[in-house]
Design a protein around this ligand. Structure first.
Ligand code: R5P
Length: 272
């Protein structure tokens, strides 16, 4: 790996080889979802707790202070919307030249394996890897499932992650599932997990992160379960405890409750 590529990877994956990425790119097809109506208001207080943030160039340019030192993972695929015909119908939406202009640490796109747009999204990934290799910019491939969340099983996700790695992606983001080790063991590049839609309790979120790390994930690229929480800083601190300090889900939850106390916002219990 060339110096520039390695330097960028090491800005994303810390000295322990793990990463807490904060996913804030949802608006590219979901529009102003809850708590991201005003991206700056939600993202800015969390910036210093994230090892990197994942977002589009529009939100980056308009909502993030250029003085921020948090590495950027730039979403460069889209062209779809939640009300359109097919979420899988994505193309590349930003050039590598613009990614370099924005001084990003990595670029990211989704592949939609098993859909009508499988071919185009995998070719998008291959082209992006070619461009990234030229300039030393790593690519994070997201194994997207669109609205079909039930697709998230080990056989399917292992297929998606392996294809992403075979196309040259330097890292892959996928979902946690039963038999997750099978996904990890057949993917030769680092894997991180998405959080998915907001879970019922904070402990569920911490259990998800802890199980994923235990089974071989190198960290998380989590969004809604952090910034849609009543106490997002307490959530991301709990996640950091699991990812970087080897903490348990219960420890993270205790930390969350302690940090939430006296905040004037709801300190959530087991069930909401
Ligand atoms: C899709 O909207 C994006 O790729 C998100 O970055 C991804 O789903 C992770 O965010 P969350 O943890 O909210 O699922």
């Amino acid at each position: 790996m060339d110096w520039g590529m390695e330097n960028r990877m090491k800005r994303i994956f810390q000295s322990d080889g793990r990463a807490v990425m904060l996913a804030c790119d949802h608006g590219y097809f979901l529009g102003p979802i809850s708590k991201l109506e005003d991206p700056a208001k939600t993202i800015t207080p969390l910036l210093s707790y994230a090892d990197s943030i994942m977002l589009t160039r529009g939100v980056l340019r308009n909502c993030i202070d250029p003085a921020s030192k948090t590495p950027i993972i730039l979403r460069v695929s889209g062209g779809n919307s939640i009300i359109g015909k097919a979420l899988s119908n994505e193309g590349l939406t930003a050039s590598m030249e613009d990614a370099i202009r924005l001084n990003v640490a990595a670029v990211t796109l989704s592949i939609y394996v098993g859909t009508d747009h499988e071919h185009q999204t995998i070719i998008n990934l291959s082209r992006l890897v070619d461009e990234g290799e030229r300039y030393g910019i790593p690519v994070l491939a997201v194994t997207a499932v669109g609205k079909e969340l039930e697709k998230r099983d080990a056989r399917f996700l292992a297929l998606c992650c392996r294809i992403a790695a075979e196309m040259g992606s330097q890292m892959v983001k996928t979902y946690y599932c039963s038999d997750f080790e099978k996904v990890v063991n057949s993917c030769p590049v680092p894997l991180v997990i998405a959080g998915g839609p907001k879970l019922e309790t904070e402990l569920d979120v911490f259990n998800l992160a802890a199980d994923a790390v235990r089974d071989g994930a190198k960290g998380v690229d989590m969004g809604r379960n952090i910034w849609q929480n009543e106490n997002p800083i307490a959530m991301i601190k709990g996640i950091r405890h699991i990812v970087h300090e080897g903490g348990t889900a219960k420890e993270a939850y205790r930390m969350y409750l302690e940090l939430s106390r006296g905040k004037g916002r709801k300190a959530a219990g087991r069930k909401k």
